[in-house]
Design a protein around this ligand. Structure first.
Ligand SMILES: Nc1nc2c(ncn2[C@@H]2O[C@H](COP(=O)(O)OP(=O)(O)O)[C@@H](O)[C@H]2O)c(=O)[nH]1
Ligand SMILES: [Mg+2]
Length: 694
């Protein structure tokens, strides 16, 4: 069945882990008749947690796509993981969706990942709905949860549905917009009149909703004030504008375990949530500037690869969003990013792992193409090669790394290929050979993330993988000025070699890296040999004199020298310069520099003291601390990278799994004494080991 763009809705269901996202999706599918029975996450049989990794761990790891029909509306939903380890999957789902449906646990209110995800949505200015779940729990607090979100994010939150009781007395929800109540018992929901006992609450909620709807529209505002209220139609009209402009966050009450609150949510999505029509994707013009591309079914085809995945049964799956035009099965399209033609075979919609063939994906819709050979996450497809490519998503900085190798050396290449393929699917994963430390390093969003990637490869291929904590990329620099000279001379028999270089080195500001000045006076060295000298200096700077780490923040000035009319060469000057540099460095107070990371930690207030003292034990420098809503603390600090290699694991242990952090390289800072001695000793052993291996 074909859908027009106006009839499509795409939402990403997101929120802190355990808030009930996967369970909610079961109920939404059940209500729409897509499945016959809602399964629990514990049973391992839910539609959206279907991979072996998810079933084993009972959490969502990948963003899975489902769709359902509600009246004549097609609703696409992404079930996203709540753990920060899998944020890459959430980012993909956000990109594919016009709106996010944020899940909140009514007994916990705003939680750490709620804050991080909300900030991400703010940066994208993405409208969102709020589903306040777990209202059957005795500790559930609906109004407090609304206030929590309002206070934390300084946004207008207006309930569209409100609960009838909470905990054991929770009966269902009242649809404030249509003045109806929905009672849920024994898995069955029936529509009833608003009970007398809730009339007062209903009236108050209706007033708030009407006020929110009136706000952005002068005509509605006049009506609201003059007529002391708005009609259902006027509220719908006002809310549509308010949501599209991201001015209001409509909130819903419910219980995903029983399906309470589902029907009014689906009605709202179909009637009021904006369709993709006119939504904007940013692309890059041939001149390199940003251009806005509006979702438009009438323009020629363009589409965006949201992500790719490898399915056990169907092979490679490409999840894509059509931005303009429409995509038909058995067509030929152009992969603009890879500069290749792609043959599209069948097209599908998904219900988790189940794929349903579709005849068309219209602008704004999301779906799946199977077995496209070239497609990679972030690629752009077009009707022709001249379609401007969409901008690539930026991925967050990795927070956890592992050095990896195959136990059996002959598997190393295969392991490398598989990891490179994983990085193409998952943009928060990087795999690279670090020439400095001579290690293959896999980096990602946490130890769980890395272990799942490696675990999947190990089970699928039987390659035994050895992991270790990666070596740190230290640097070396100098503390003072020094000068030295070196004469390279080999003049016994045949064509000789001769070069003499006098140079001085001085310390530069941190981060300035390198400068090279030729101050040779009166032609003591011909101009033609200067590049050879610079090459020699640069070579010497690749391995410092302390522990063989790259040398940074040094200014080099060539002062004088001498050449021989026959025996001098670029090579001879390079060798002389290299030695002169090393000699100077030894005399210039060489020191080690270690990388310092900018760290942001989010923890519940109860752990603040522990985290602070732990950070000082890690030689951390606290920059600031802020109390956020919901009893959450945000701590910003600078901490040596060396002290953070296992922070993902340690923070989890210290906070019973609730803490979360982000980090990025900040600067290099000197180390001395025992800490430096250990680094130097370890580097010497490593270099010795390397030469023995060769
Ligand atoms: N009592 C109750 N349990 C719920 C509710 N929603 C989800 N759960 C349970 O909470 C746990 C986490 O749910 P899940 O859907 O996996 O959360 P997700 O991590 O957000 O996807 C599971 O044990 C669910 O059965 C609810 O509204 N009430
Ligand atoms: Mg889940």
């Amino acid at each position: 069945m074909g859908f027009t763009t106006e009839h499509v809705r795409t939402l990403a269901v997101a929120g802190h882990g355990q808030t009930g996202k996967t369970t909610l999706i079961e109920q939404l599918l059940l209500a729409a008749g897509m499945i016959q029975k809602a399964e629990s996450v514990e049973s391992g049989k839910t539609v959206s947690d279907y991979t072996p990794e998810e079933i084993e761990r009972k959490i969502s790891i990948y963003s899975s796509l489902v769709h359902l029909n509600w009246g004549d509306t097609l609703i696409n939903l992404w079930d996203t993981p709540g753990s920060a380890d899998f944020i890459g999957e959430v980012i993909c789902a956000f990109r594919a969706s016009e709106v996010a449906l944020m899940m909140l646990d009514a007994k916990a209110g705003v939680q750490i990942e709620t804050i991080k995800l909300w900030r991400m949505l703010d940066r994208r200015n993405k409208p969102r709905l709020l589903f306040i779940n777990h209202l059957d729990d005795d500790r559930a607090k609906f109004d407090d949860s609304v206030q929590d979100v309002h206070g934390q994010f300084e946004c207008e939150v207006c309930p569209v549905t409100i609960p009838m009781g909470t905990g054991a007395s929770f009966k269902g929800v009242i649809d404030v917009l249509h003045g109806k109540a929905y009672e849920t018992a024994g898995g069955v929901t029936k529509e009833v009149a608003v009970p007398e006992a809730f009339k007062g609450e209903y009236d108050r909620a209706r007033e708030i909703l009407a006020g929110a709807a009136a706000e952005g529209d002068d005509e509605l505002l006049v009506k609201f004030i003059d007529e002391a209220g708005l009609s259902d139609e006027d509220i719908v009209k006002g809310l549509k504008l308010a949501i599209a402009d991201n001015r209001v966050v409509p909130a819903f009450a419910g219980c995903a375990a029983t399906g309470a609150g589902i029907v009014p949510l689906l009605n709202f999505i179909a009637d009021i949530v904006p369709s993709p029509l006119g939504a904007i994707e940013v692309a890059t013009s041939p001149e390199g500037s940003d251009i806005s591309v509006k979702v438009d079914p009438k323009a020629p085809l363009s589409a965006l690869v949201i992500k790719t995945a490898n399915d056990q049964f169907s092979g490679k799956l490409t999840f894509l969003k059509v931005v303009t035009g429409s995509l038909a099965p058995d067509s030929e399209i152009y992969n603009v990013t890879e500069d290749k033609k792609e043959k599209v075979g069948k097209l599908f919609r998904a219900v988790g792992k189940k794929l349903v063939e579709t005849r068309e994906l219209v602008a704004g819709d999301v779906g799946i193409a199977a077995k496209l050979p070239y497609a990679k996450t972030n690629d752009t497809f077009g009707a022709s090669a001249d379609i401007p490519p969409f901008v690539k998503l930026r991925s967050p900085n990795p927070v956890y790394s592992m050095a990896v190798a195959a136990k059996d050396k002959k598997d190393d290449d295969k392991l490398g290929d598989l990891l490179i393929r994983s990085c193409e699917e998952d943009k928060t994963l990087t795999f690279a050979f670090n020439g400095e430390t001579k290690q293959n390093v896999l980096s990602g969003m946490g130890d769980l993330h890395i272990n799942i990637v490696l675990g999947r490869i190990a089970t699928q291929t039987k390659i035994e993988i050895v992991t270790s904590i990666p070596r740190i990329a230290y640097r070396e620099t100098i503390q003072r000025k020094a000068q030295s000279e070196y004469t390279h001379k080999k003049q016994s028999g045949g064509h000789g070699q001769y070069a003499r270089v006098v140079l001085s080195i001085n310390a530069l500001e941190r981060g300035e890296n390198y400068s090279f000045t030729n101050a040779v006076f009166g032609g003591a060295i011909s101009k033609g040999y200067i590049p050879g000298i610079e090459k020699g200096v640069k070579e010497a700077m690749e391995n410092g004199v302390l522990a063989g780490y790259p040398v940074v923040d040094v200014g080099v000035t060539v002062l004088d020298g001498k050449e021989h009319p026959v025996d001098s060469s670029e090579m001879a000057f390079k060798i002389a310069a290299r030695n002169a540099f090393r000699e100077s460095m030894r005399n210039a107070g060489p020191i080690l520099l270690e990388p310092i990371m900018a760290l942001t930690v989010f923890v519940d207030n109860a752990y603040l003291g522990d985290i602070m003292s732990d950070l000082s034990g890690r030689r951390g420098h606290i920059l600031g601390q802020e109390t956020l809503g919901g009893g959450i603390e945000e701590i910003r600090a600078q901490v040596p990278h060396h002290e953070l290699l296992k922070y993902a694991i340690d923070l989890r242990a210290m906070t019973s799994g609730t803490g979360s952090f982000e980090m990025a390289f900040d600067h290099y800072s000197p180390i001395s004494g025992k800490i430096a001695d250990e680094v130097i000793q370890a580097a010497k052993e490593f270099i010795k080991q390397q030469s023995e291996d060769e």
